[in-house]
Every structure is written in structure tokens, then in C-alpha cells.
Design a protein around this ligand. Structure first.
Ligand code: UT7
Length: 328
């Protein structure tokens, strides 16, 4: 069995910013309400006129990750891309990304949807492919335009989400320290209706009523409680299973959905807040892009160095969840 390491990281966010102040011009809300309930101050919103879509944002993040990995794009052997909203129903967005990158090697391209946990699921799949010697270099991307299904008349959900992209090159490890130690993936389908988008797919084809409040349906409090409980318990469990202490962990990147959820997870799991990476105030919830985007920013800011132990945890519609412990 081989081990894998994160060789390069990259990210991209659109320039267009919707501040909480701007949200007050759309509906009855306030900066105080949004800040107090979510910690979010602003979110980035893709601009179709600027050609900002899941695939084109992925291009920017992928180029940065490949550059930082110091490999040639033709060395990528498979693209795994997670997204809750693809550019098209088909072909998949990973294929569009291969084309935009100008890759000639005809590598396999797969889209994966596990909602906000999608990128962590992809990371674990990529790690298995490397561990088993199938591939050596895998591009693992999370790219999201939540704004394309956000109902801007619905104050209860639209304030929560934003757009962005993060990417990594995961490669066969060239040193014995860098590796993924353990992963936990799960999905509690008994809560599948607590966060769901039905419109536009087989059961509700090609129908989007912009006046409907229910493009995304969410039972916020069920999601909140389940998120805190699941992420905190998976984090505790992964440390126990790997004989790792909280002191051993250098950086903790939870899914950036909501400051209150992040703080509650850290409290319940009794993890020091100084070692938690938080950027939800700038970007809101970018679904499956949130962890790779935060990871790339953490590397850029010098918060994560080679040899550091990194704990990642996510949850999302499904309700999917996942936790990974790795040495960077
Ligand atoms: O990746 C998973 C994504 N989902 C999540 O992370 C969501 C998890 N849930 C949460 O973070 C919280 O449940 C929310 C932030 C969504 C809501 O917080 P809450 O404390 O659960 O509030 P609530 O839903 O109970 O709503 C309280 C009040 C309601 O008014 P009434 O019925 O008490 O008069 C809402 O209508 O707040 C109202 N409200 C707003 N007021 C001002 C809802 N949205 C807004 C808003 N501005 N944007």
C-alpha cells in the first residue's frame, strides 16, 4: 500500500461581494441578525457575465494547485470534482475542466455530489486510488455556485451561502511522514428531507419557480444540531482510533457553514479555538468548496506547514458527514 500527500493547493473566489448591508436591500434583514446567527459578514457571488461558473472557477483553482505542486498538468491521471450544481446536467464539470486546462492525456473525469461533504468524500476516494497504486497524481476539486440555486427573495437561506472553489493535487507520497492517517465517512439518510433541493431533476424536471421560497428546503435547527453532534463525535473518534491527542493536531479546518456551528463543535470536542481555521465571515457557506478553499488559504497564510497534523471535518445534505486526519 502507498500513502498520499497534498502536493499543491489552490483556490479562487469571484470578485463580486454581497455584504450583509447589501442583503438588507433585498429583504427584511440586518447585519446584526446575520452576524449574530451565523458570523457571516459577506459572501462572494459568481457573475455569469464574467464567465464565472463551476468549471471556470475550477480552472483558476486547479492552475494554482498544479503550479504549487510543481508538476505538469499532463501528469494528472484523474480529475475528481465535487459540486452541488454542475455547469450542465452532462457532460460533467470535471470533463469541462480537463478541456479548459488544455489537457491532452484523456484522463478520467468524475463528478461527485455528496453536498457540502463532497470534497472530503472525493479526497478519501482519491487517497484509496493512490494507496492501491492505481494512480500517482489526482486533481481533487470542490467548485460551487450556490448562487445559481439561491432564491434571493428568501432571507432565511440566501444569507447563508456563497460561491468559490478550492483544489488540491493529491499525489503518491515522496516522504514517509505525509499521509492520510484515517478517514470516517457517513450519511444519515433518515434526515434526507431536512436539507433538500428537489427542483430541476428527474422528480421535478425543468421547473424553477423564482417566487417559491422552497428551491432549497431546510430545517435549520435539525441541521444545526446534527452537524454539531456528528462533527464533534467523528473528530473525537478519529483521534481515539489513531492514538492522537488534541495537542498533536496543529490545525483544524471544519466545514465553513456557520460560526456558531464551528464554535459549538470546538466547544463540544474541547478543541482550542486558536487552532481552528475560520474564513466563513468572508465567504459564507460555499458547500463542498469550503474545506479546500480554507485549506489553500491556510497554506498561503503559513498556518499549515509540512509535517503538521491537520484535522478536517464536514457535513451537508444527506445528511452526509466526513472527517479526515492527515499529516500535511
Ligand atoms: O451545510 C449545511 C447548511 N446549513 C446550515 O448550516 C444551517 C444550520 N442552521 C443554522 O445555522 C440556523 O438554524 C440558522 C442560521 C439557519 C437560523 O438560526 P435559528 O436560530 O435556527 O433561527 P430560526 O430559523 O429559528 O429563525 C428565527 C427567526 C424567525 O422569525 P420568527 O418566526 O421567530 O418571527 C425567522 O423568520 O429569524 C427569522 N429570520 C430572519 N430574520 C432576519 C430568518 N432569517 C432571517 C434573516 N434576517 N436573514
Amino acid at each position: 500500500m502507498y500513502t498520499s500527500q497534498i502536493l499543491g493547493t489552490g483556490h479562487f473566489v469571484p470578485d463580486q461581494i454581497y455584504t450583509n448591508q447589501y442583503m438588507t436591500t433585498l429583504f427584511d434583514t440586518s447585519d446584526e441578525w446575520i452576524t449574530e446567527r451565523t458570523g457571516i459578514k459577506e459572501r462572494r457571488i459568481a457573475n455569469p457575465k464574467e464567465n464565472e461558473f463551476p468549471s471556470t472557477m475550477a480552472l483558476q483553482a486547479a492552475k494554482m494547485a498544479i503550479k504549487n505542486a510543481k508538476i505538469d498538468k499532463e501528469e494528472i491521471e484523474i480529475i475528481l470534482l465535487s459540486s452541488t450544481m454542475s455547469d450542465y446536467h452532462f457532460p460533467n464539470t470535471a470533463t469541462l475542466l480537463q478541456d479548459l486546462l488544455g489537457m491532452k492525456n484523456k484522463c478520467a473525469c468524475i463528478d461527485l455530489n455528496a453536498a457540502c461533504t463532497g470534497w472530503l468524500y472525493s479526497l478519501v476516494m482519491a487517497n484509496s486510488l493512490i494507496a492501491n497504486g492505481v494512480y500517482k497524481n489526482i486533481l481533487v476539486v470542490g467548485s460551487e455556485t450556490t448562487s445559481s440555486y439561491n432564491n434571493w427573495m428568501d432571507r432565511s437561506k440566501s444569507v447563508l451561502f456563497g460561491d468559490g472553489c478550492g483544489a488540491i493535487v493529491l499525489s503518491k507520497s515522496n516522504n514517509e511522514n505525509s499521509k492520510i492517517h484515517k478517514s470516517i465517512l457517513s450519511s444519515d439518510s433518515s434526515k434526507k428531507d431536512d436539507l433538500i433541493m428537489r427542483t430541476g431533476m428527474a422528480r421535478s424536471p425543468f421547473f424553477v419557480d423564482s417566487k417559491s421560497m422552497d428551491i432549497v428546503e431546510m430545517n435549520g435547527q435539525v441541521v444545526f444540531k446534527s452537524a454539531v453532534k456528528t462533527m464533534a463525535s467523528q473528530c473525537a473518534s478519529i483521534l481515539e482510533q489513531t492514538n492522537t491527542t488534541k495537542e498533536d493536531v496543529d490545525l483544524f479546518i471544519p466545514h465553513q457553514a456557520n460560526m456558531r456551528i464551528i464554535e459549538a463543535v470546538a466547544r463540544r470536542f474541547e478543541f482550542p479555538k486558536e487552532k481552528v481555521f475560520i474564513n466563513v465571515q468572508k465567504y459564507a457557506n460555499t458547500s463542498s468548496a469550503s474545506i479546500p478553499l480554507a485549506l489553500s488559504e491556510a497554506v498561503e497564510a503559513g498556518r499549515l506547514k509540512r509535517g503538521d497534523k491537520l484535522l478536517l471535518t464536514a457535513f451537508g445534505s444527506g445528511l452526509t458527514s466526513g472527517t479526515v486526519l492527515l499529516t500535511y
